[in-house]
Write a protein that binds this ligand. Structure first.
Ligand code: MBD
Ligand code: FE
Length: 281
């Protein structure tokens, strides 16, 4: 049995009081947002005939989500981070700021304060014998002019798909480094090829994904922040080609332009060809 109450005077007045519209204190923006959010929640309950049981399930779900610290993991799983990116791309397009390496989502696993070095960093602590990975590139401005002294922050998962800090078994800042580009705008990092990430199988995010018939996996990827005063901050990732999930990412972060083939380097001549003639540790 469905009932219509949404547009009665009683509900209209309830919503106004809920959002403090009849109060002088508080923050107008917050009032506007809460008024709209609660209006839409009420509307959903009416339109979908949400039962009290379904409603309280949702409330306890949010409780668990918070206890698990997974709100910022559920968000990309529901496409919210990607949606914000779509909006920022559109904004850049409008402002004539499109072009260059595309952005993609940050994800919930960045940690500030990683060790900073100039030109080169080794990122792994040597405790896992993964395949050595060399990341190198040049940061340029929109005209292709190299930008020295630009901060390139890189972070990625280990062989088990876990990130230091969140995975307490890893050493501090393992697989997290900040590199300032050299005089030619170049950075180089030595690390190990990461594995893909999977949502905690017993967590709240995976529980909802299960209800949607979805997996909670990301392809192997490497996160970047690139920043330089006076320039737009870039948040992006490398998504490794050939991963089962490269084009099936639960967080919708993969973009065609960000999919990279790893090139296997077997000898000194090949290393030279890629400009990797510096001694690595
Ligand atoms: C990750 O490692 C990640 O990058 C994103 C976007 C979401 C969850 C885990
Ligand atoms: Fe990640």
């Amino acid at each position: 049995m469905s009932v219509k109450t949404m547009h009665t005077q009683e509900v209209k007045e309830l919503l106004e009081k809920v959002a403090g519209l009849n109060q002088t204190g508080g923050n107008e923006r917050v009032k506007t947002i809460v008024h709209r959010v609660m209006h839409d929640v009420f509307q959903i309950i009416e339109d979908l005939d949400i039962t009290p049981e379904e409603f309280w399930n949702a409330v306890y779900y949010i409780n668990d989500l918070g206890k698990n610290g997974e709100a910022a993991l559920l968000a990309p799983g529901l496409g919210m981070d990607k949606y914000l990116d779509i909006r920022m791309d559109a904004e850049d397009e409008q402002a004539g700021l499109a072009g260059g390496t595309p952005r993609t989502i940050e994800g919930p696993l960045y940690v500030a304060g990683a060790p900073v070095s100039e030109g080169f960093a080794r990122m792994d602590d040597g405790t896992q014998d993964g395949e050595t990975m060399i990341l190198t590139g040049v940061v340029t401005d929109e005209n292709g002019k190299p930008l020295p002294n630009t901060l390139v922050e890189i972070w990625h998962a280990d062989l088990k798909g876990g990130y230091s800090y969140f995975d307490k078994s890893q050493s501090e800042y393992n697989l997290r480094r900040s590199i300032l580009t050299d005089a030619e705008g170049r950075y180089t990092a030595q690390s190990i090829i990461p594995s893909g990430y999977g949502c905690p199988p017993e967590g709240s995010t995976q529980a909802l994904l299960n209800q949607l018939g979805r997996h909670g996996r990301r392809p192997a990827h490497i996160h970047y922040f690139v920043s330089q005063p006076g320039y737009k901050h870039l948040t992006t990732q490398i998504n490794l080609a050939g991963d089962e999930y490269t084009y099936d990412d639960f967080a919708f972060a993969t973009r065609e332009e960000l999919v990279c083939d790893a090139v296997r380097i077997e000898d000194a001549a090949a290393a030279e060809q890629y400009g990797l003639n510096k001694p690595f540790t």
